[in-house]
Write a protein that binds this ligand. Structure first.
Ligand code: GLU
Length: 437
């Protein structure tokens, strides 16, 4: 099934719960605009290459379109549309006045030089500049894009519009108007939600083990915070392999090896040859990249890409709790399997909403000319995340539904509410308005 179909499945479930009309469902399943371009850039060898690029503006009923730009070989219209739609839901979940958008370029950035990436980033902004802006559509980082790329994009945009416009993009370097705490916001928010969930269930993290897929920005920070909470990290995976140890992984050491050599495997292996003696000493194993999903652990944190827990491997998941830091890591079919096993899934649209929350704080700071301290950002982030968790957990309990169903239902109510309020103001609809104006 394609990514956008997954989104629709979640909308359909929530729509049935809420008793939405056919027209309302349709309105929630259609992107406002799909923008496409072919970005042509000069490569370092002087040859020209073209890369398909997208910006999907899903829904702006609650505020300007908002969402990251990913550079990934699999980025296509369907995936970017699904991610744009999820952004609209996510912003409504945490109650920030933003809509949903997303961008993507089909490229393998690992094969590009820094200069080529810069030229690609500038070409992206030139292609879509007319449809971007602080009140229109505000991009941010996503998979394989980072603060430096946001800085380059801002620079290109400001050249085009001929003025300063820091609020047109978020996740910038702090020196260029970025917010403190944006770099760690996604994982910080997710772990705050996990902590709130533990408190609810009276679970003590010190007795819990965790398996983490992904050691990018979000996964690495989640691993550090899991340790800080007292949890034992028993599996850590990147795209090259899974490092598993029942005794617990030295997270800092593994992350610095990954940084230095390229993979968590490199703690014990050189190329395909692994040091069996040291592995045995540490009670550790090196397994395939996707082995992390079914590793023995109490909590599973997918923090990489979508569709990692599918109907084929869902029955083998041992974790009782899945914290979705990635977007869409659990498919709807897997959701059904997990629900039948009583596995709690803390859904992406809540769990990873800390990133866009601090993006919104960055946008606010840029617009007001303020610069909040780390402590202020952190306090506001935690307040936003725990409030959103409370609302969703209470709603789920009240209706006896999953956290994902509750999150979508609450978010769609807010989006529909904004769409209806706007519709009432449109002259053509006056005749149909319930109350005379
Ligand atoms: N790319 C992040 C996400 O998927 C952040 C988006 C943003 O900050 O606008 O939520």
């Amino acid at each position: 099934m394609a990514a956008f179909e997954y989104f629709k499945t979640n909308v359909e479930k929530a729509a049935s719960l809420l008793g939405l009309s056919e027209a309302e469902r349709k309105a929630l399943e259609k992107p406002d605009r799909i923008l496409r371009a072919e970005l042509e850039i000069e490569m370092d060898d002087g040859k020209k290459e073209r890369f398909p690029a997208y910006r999907v503006q899903f829904n702006n009923a609650r505020g300007p379109y908002k969402g990251g730009i990913r550079f990934h070989p699999n980025a296509d219209e369907d995936e970017v549309s699904a991610l744009a739609a999820m952004m609209a839901v996510k912003c409504a979940v945490v109650g920030i006045p933003m809509g949903g958008g997303k961008g993507g370029v089909a490229v393998d950035p690992k094969k590009l030089s820094r200069g080529e990436i810069h030229r690609l980033s500038r070409a992206y902004v030139r292609a879509f500049a007319d449809n971007l802006g602080p009140d229109t559509d505000v991009p941010a980082p996503d998979v394989y894009t980072n603060p430096e790329i946001m800085g380059v994009m801002l620079d290109e945009y400001e050249k085009i519009v001929g003025k300063k416009s820091p609020a047109m993009i978020t996740g910038k370097p702090v020196e260029l108007g970025g917010s403190f705490g944006r770099d760690t916001a996604t994982a910080d928010g997710a772990m705050a939600v996990l902590e709130a969930f533990f408190k609810d269930r009276r679970f003590d993290p010190k007795f819990l083990t965790v398996a983490i897929q992904g050691v990018g920005n979000a996964g690495a920070q989640a691993a550090r915070l899991a340790c800080a909470m007292g949890m034992k990290v028993v599996a850590l995976a990147d795209s090259h392999g899974t490092l598993k140890s029942r005794r617990g992984i030295d997270v800092e050491k593994t992350l610095s090896i990954k940084e230095e050599k390229g993979s968590v495997r490199d703690l014990y292996c050189q190329g395909s040859v692994c040091d069996a003696t040291r592995l045995a000493e540490d009670d550790a194993e090196i397994l395939a990249a996707d082995a992390v999903i079914v590793a023995q652990a109490d909590v599973l944190i997918p923090a990489a890409l979508e569709e990692q827990v599918r109907k084929e491997n869902a029955p083998d998941v041992t974790a009782d709790i899945i914290l979705e830091i990635a977007n869409g890591p659990v498919t709807p079919e897997a959701d059904e399997v997990l629900a039948s096993k009583n596995t709690t899934v803390i859904p992406d649209v809540l769990a990873n909403a800390g990133g866009v929350t601090v993006s919104y704080f960055e946008w606010l700071q840029n617009r007001s000319g303020e610069h909040w301290t780390k402590e202020v950002v952190r306090a506001r982030l935690l307040e936003t995340m725990t409030k959103a968790y409370r609302e969703i957990a209470d709603f789920a309990k009240e209706r006896d539904i999953t956290l994902r169903e509750a999150a979508y239902a609450l978010a769609l109510t807010r989006i529909i509410g904004a769409m209806k309020a706007r519709e009432k103001l449109r002259p053509n609809d006056f005749a149909r308005a319930d109350t005379p104006i």
